[in-house]
Design a protein around this ligand. Structure first.
Ligand code: GLU
Length: 441
């Protein structure tokens, strides 16, 4: 059974890229009836905010991606200390004393010489006395993990295939700051081990972190989980866009986008499977397969989301939308307007045509006479629209637009709209006759 986790930092709202990662982790766990965990990565006490934790939970709930369990890194600091002490005792972490400026200088020098800016391990070469002297000077060290240069790094990535790294080409990562606070790397590994995470799926911006973490898992005596790194989401122009970084559930809701539309699009975007307006999540789940994920960035286009949304709204049964429809609108009402809306909220605008008052239209004398005839011909039965237009066609010889348009205009005040056959019974006999009569005078 698969255990996955979605591990956002509560330093902002979820954006469409995070949502996609959450969804794919949810799918991965559901595929095997496994467990999907929410891990709040809040080790950065200054930037983490409770309101964002709440918003993350609310967004996942809106999307229907509720986790089976939740943990917060700020509750688990003792575990990280323990792991740190173990690595320290084994000589896998070492204190380093360089300031940020010194490190920046080293980087620049390396780059200036045409070399990759890899940390030179100067701190590892310090003797006991040299360290003592630094500390006597009041310099508090930060801590680095010593990568094992003799142990090549390799994993079978669920999206990228075999990935290999020569550890000598990586800097020993800083895992703990001088003030004792944690960087992302070690807590994440400790949690993945402790929570029994079997599959880590995240963005490809984490590939080099994974390289380091593969050795970290091993240093902590654990087998690394399976890894998969999906290509990043970009704007439709193909660039990482600022807009995507701020586009999240609030913006979707505001535009009348249904969660199922977000899910249908993000399930397949960047895969070899076509994006389709599939509202049935089980169907999306069945077809979800990491092997179909491409290496090229996935292009997110808001217009595509709107198209998927419209198609999803056109499938939504009355029971799913009933509590969001205008007062008095029943199943027949939803059925009448559904093909004409692209969001559920738009039902309100069309419902106005039933409840009235409708806009007055300026008719020609000829049309007014026609409408007067229509008011008299109106008869209520199974299919009043069919009966009315049938009668009028015969009596007046009108057909097509000349037959239908004045009626629609008189009855709704508009040139287009929902099917009149469905709308007329909703308007009701007396009201319909009244509208026709008013239009004819
Ligand atoms: N908090 C990290 C992030 O948001 C988690 C990465 C991971 O999935 O391990 O990038």
């Amino acid at each position: 059974m698969t255990t996955t986790r979605f591990a956002p930092s509560p330093t902002g709202r979820l954006h469409v890229g995070n949502i996609r990662t959450a969804l794919h982790n949810w799918f991965l766990s559901r595929k095997s009836g496994g467990t999907f965990l929410l891990r709040i990565d809040d080790t950065d006490a200054e930037r983490s905010k409770e309101e964002y934790v709440d918003a993350i939970r609310a967004d996942l709930a809106w999307l229907g991606l509720e986790p089976n369990g939740e943990a917060r890194q700020s509750d688990r600091l003792a575990l990280y200390d323990e792991a740190f002490e173990k690595l320290k005792a084994e000589g896998r972490v070492y204190p380093a004393y360089e300031t940020a400026r010194e490190l920046e200088l080293k980087r620049k020098i390396a780059l200036g010489r045409g070399k990759p800016p890899i940390y030179d391990r100067a701190a590892l070469a310090l003797s006991e006395e040299e360290r003592a002297a630094k500390e006597a000077d009041g310099v508090t060290p930060h801590w680095r993990l010593r990568l094992d240069h003799d142990s090549p790094i390799q994993w079978g990535d669920g999206v990228r295939g075999t990935v290999k790294f020569d550890p000598a080409t990586l800097s020993d990562p800083v895992i703990r700051r001088a003030d004792g606070s944690w960087l992302y790397m070690l807590p994440s590994c400790v949690d993945d081990i402790d929570m029994g995470v079997t599959q880590v799926l995240r963005g490809e911006d984490h590939v080099s972190n994974t390289a380091v973490q593969v050795q970290m898992f091993e240093a902590l005596g654990a087998t690394p989980p399976a890894f998969a790194h999906e290509a990043l989401l970009v704007g439709k122009e193909g660039k990482l866009s600022k807009r995507l970084g701020s586009l999240g559930c609030d913006a979707f809701r505001e535009k009348g986008i249904e969660p199922e539309a977000v899910i249908a699009l993000l399930a397949r975007l960047g895969t070899s499977q076509p994006v389709e307006p599939i509202a049935d999540r089980e169907k999306l789940l069945d077809s979800f397969d990491l092997a179909t994920f491409g290496r090229a960035p996935a292009k997110f286009d808001e217009a595509e989301l709107e198209r998927v949304n419209t198609a999803i709204v056109h499938q939504m049964p009355f029971s799913d939308v009933a509590d969001r429809l205008p007062e008095g609108m029943d199943e027949a009402g939803w059925h009448a307007v559904q093909p004409n809306v692209s969001t559920v909220d738009e039902a309100q605008e069309w419902w106005r045509l039933v409840t009235g008052p409708v806009d007055a239209v300026d008719f020609s004398d000829e049309d007014r006479a026609y409408l007067s005839e229509a008011a008299q011909a109106l008869e209520w039965g199974e299919n009043p629209w069919g009966a009315l237009t049938g009668k009028l066609k015969e009596a007046t010889g009108r057909k097509g637009k000349a037959l239908f348009l004045p009626l629609r205009q008189a009855l709704t005040g508009m040139n287009h709209g929902p099917d009149m056959g469905e709308l007329l019974p909703l308007i009701g006999e007396a009201e319909a006759r009244g509208r026709l009569e008013r239009a004819s005078t």
